[in-house]
Design a protein around this ligand. Structure first.
Ligand code: ATP
Ligand code: MG
Length: 364
């Protein structure tokens, strides 16, 4: 997947942009406040119809206008070019999306077409955030490689919601409870099997990438499925009824799963420096992209905001070289062009742009 052309109208400070990136590495250099992160945000929006820094899409509309448009031509795995547009008006609650001239059935359909990975300060949440961030990480991967995962996951969520609502009402209708517990167990075990299988495949790819990017040793990713591993989920739910009723929600199951990231048995977040953390989260995200390509032939688009931040010259060099090997489309921002001077294998494959006051121009 890659973006061939990106047109922006009144998207934050990017009021009128017509941008032609390369399918390889794109460097966006510009001062603070020039619009670099906004450009990444626009690409992210095309995949997920949300922003990574504003809850409301209305905030992305340029202050002097009342709507924004993000339009792209993207290339799929077969080399076919498709149009995709997202538009938002200030006085409407709806976001208009057109994929190949039609409204997509769901956002998941869009995301599946255009997988995007973001590496920015939020990515540190994989280590410092709560279990939810790590579950989202795993589920992103499973969603993109297993077409039936979304169905199973939705069924599981629905059943869990139903059981929680019975618990909250404090009524133990045993028949209803049993019914939803069976559903939770059926789909919950399946969600877990998917997650475990995915991580099994991800681990060696991650280990290889981490070894390239850093000299961190004795690293482990251990999956915790969210309930007592000696019992089937159904037995766990039944045994936990009284406690769950007390608390008003279901306390064990895949909704409590986590990925423990440790070094020599200690939590990675307690041991690693900030730069090392960046390399670990980057290796995790790059591993997801490699696994996606291996399983489906799809390549995700990488958005890397302020690549040089936190990294010394040596680590910037290896990071850039690893990116070059990914054969993915990458958008890299930096305030400093010199910080990205690397011995590229194929420098002619890279394009450099200058971002200035909402304009993007090739850097000569
Ligand atoms: N809705 C909006 N309308 C107009 N301008 C906006 C809007 N939202 C943000 N801006 C401005 O857009 C500019 C670009 O912001 P952006 O975060 O993209 O800059 P950046 O190049 O990533 O800067 P930095 O190097 O500091 O990260 C900023 O000056 C910001 O104040
Ligand atoms: Mg920025």
């Amino acid at each position: 997947m890659s973006i061939q052309r990106l047109r922006l109208k009144n998207f934050r400070n990017l009021q009128d942009v017509d941008f032609h990136p390369t399918p390889g590495l794109n460097f966006l250099i510009g001062k603070n406040g020039s619009g670099k992160t906004s450009l990444l945000e626009a690409i992210y929006l095309l995949s997920l119809v949300r922003s990574f820094r504003s809850k409301k899409l209305k905030n992305l509309i340029n202050h002097s206008t009342s709507s924004f448009t993000v339009f792209a031509n993207f290339v799929d795995t077969e080399g076919q070019v498709y149009p995709l547009g997202v538009q938002r008006q200030e006085f409407s609650d709806e976001t208009e999306i057109l994929l190949r001239g039609q409204r997509p059935g769901s956002i998941a359909e869009l995301t599946a077409q255009l997988p995007v990975q973001l590496i920015n300060p939020d990515a540190f949440r994989l280590l410092e955030g709560g279990p939810k961030d790590r579950r989202q990480f795993i589920d992103w991967g499973v969603f993109h490689v297993e077409p039936s995962f979304i169905f199973v996951w939705q069924r599981f969520q629905r059943a869990l919601k139903q059981r929680n609502s019975l618990l909250r009402r404090g009524r133990m209708d045993p028949l209803q409870l049993q019914l939803w517990e069976k559903e939770i167990a059926l789909y919950g075990e399946e969600v877990t099997t998917y997650r475990e299988g995915y991580l099994e495949e991800l681990r060696p790819i991650f280990a290889h990438l981490l070894a390239r990017l850093s000299d961190i040793q004795d690293f482990r990713l251990s999956f915790q499925r969210g309930w007592d591993k000696n019992l089937p989920l159904l037995d766990n739910l039944r045994a936990g009824r009284e406690k769950d009723l007390d608390q008003g929600f279901t306390q064990s199951g895949p909704q409590r799963a986590d990925l423990r990231v440790t070094i020599e048995g200690r939590a990675a977040i307690e041991v690693l420096s900030r730069g090392q953390q960046k390399l670990v989260v980057s290796a995790l995200k790059l591993a997801q992209g490699e696994l996606l390509a291996k399983k489906t032939g799809k390549r995700c688009i990488y958005l890397i905001d302020d690549l040089p931040a936190e990294l010394d010259e040596e680590h910037r060099q290896v990071f850039c070289k690893v990116l070059e090997e990914q054969a993915s489309q990458v958008f890299i921002t930096s305030v400093d062009e010199a910080a990205l001077k690397v011995d590229w294998k194929e420098p002619e494959q890279n394009l450099w742009f200058h971002v200035e006051q909402g304009q993007i121009r090739p850097l000569s």
